[in-house]
Design a binder for this molecule. Sequence first.
Ligand SMILES: [Zn+2]
Ligand SMILES: [Zn+2]
Length: 236
Amino acid sequence: MSLLSMGRRWLSRIGCECPLCGARVAGARLCQGCATDITGTPPGMQARCRRCALRLPAGAAHCASCLGAPRAYARTIAAFDYAPPADALIRMLKTQLRLSMAPVLARVLADAMLRDGALPTGTVLVPVPASRASLRLRGMNPAGEIARGLAAELGLPLVGDALRRRRETPRQSSLNRQARRRGAVGLFQASAAVAGHHVALVDDVMTTGSTVQAAATALLAAGAASVTVLVVARTP
Ligand SMILES: [Zn+2]
Ligand SMILES: [Zn+2]
């Protein structure tokens, strides 16, 4: 083994800790135990709706939320529920601005995708663009950083600027659910770069689904063949 590759191996191991439990890990990742814990189905919870990734109510075969509303996306893959302890991982990236969390989250999401089955051939990754206010606040787009990590992890092409915001909206957290739904309609415009492509739309957290619905609508209007939503965390 050359000195250089020994050095690289050493670098990939040193100082890496599972961000949830602190166990030593090789590289930027969760330890196997934490990854299994947060991505599994908690006791008493049901499987997710394939379309919107909401947990189905006990005994339900269909998702009431999807029956009541048409979706522009064919399905949603979510790595974990936005609930303790895993929600801390999202805050490390979005609130503490730990950029090193992006590849960690991308890896958990890539594993969820691989468990779920392959994406259609010719899929391109498109991140949901940040609002100007959050870009100013963070200096980066968390969804864009996660999409970059996914592109590296899965070897898929990334079209980083395929979507743009047609207008700015008030900060989502200050709005109730209904206002969020209304506010997102017609929010995005997609470029012709997505025409004919299957698009995997990447976001960090999916709450009401109104943002990804607006983004998927714009992508289909620009000629995308289909839209699959990839989110790290789903609000249960
Ligand atoms: Zn751990
Ligand atoms: Zn659903």
